[in-house]
Design a protein around this ligand. Structure first.
Ligand code: ZN
Ligand code: ZN
Length: 146
């Protein structure tokens, strides 16, 4: 059974784009402190994909993150607009963890698992049931829960 999906993605300014053949069952949410800091968000959603199934056009910049374990990861981002694109092995890319936020088809790619729950924001569960505006604060509240 073929469960792959072809996706496209790009940074905010469009200087870097990619196409990838992904496995939608692999999407995960990471609550680690690094993901929180890099993304500026309470957690990050990523789509681990074999590097040979990803075609990148444009020149991302790499920031090499060194973990406490000594493990090195390249964090690829657009040097123009700063959008985070993927993380991968710095020397011989094997797996690219595509950042779900820059994947166009992200609404179809629900995460199936979460990692680093020990550093997850304790208030995430409380978001359910809070008021939700359709757009900005001046826009109407949505009636269906988000
Ligand atoms: Zn850009
Ligand atoms: Zn993480």
């Amino acid at each position: 059974m073929n469960t792959t999906l072809e996706v496209t993605g790009q940074c905010h300014c469009g200087a870097i784009s990619f196409t990838a053949l992904v496995d939608p069952s692999k999407v995960l949410v990471c609550h680690c402190a690094d993901c929180q800091q890099f993304s500026g968000a309470p957690f990050r959603a990523v789509l681990p994909t074999p590097a040979e199934q990803v075609q990148v056009s444009g020149q991302p910049r790499h920031y090499i993150k060194v973990a406490a374990s000594g493990n090195r990861r390249a964090q690829a981002f657009c040097p123009e607009c700063g959008t985070h694109l993927y993380g991968t092995e710095p020397d011989q890319p094997k797996t690219m963890n595509l950042r779900l936020g820059c994947v166009k088809e992200r609404a179809q790619l629900a995460p199936s698992v979460q990692i680093w729950g020990q550093s997850a924001m304790p208030w995430l569960a409380q978001m359910h049931g809070k008021p939700v505006h359709g757009q900005g604060l001046a826009s109407p509240l949505m009636t269906s829960a988000v």
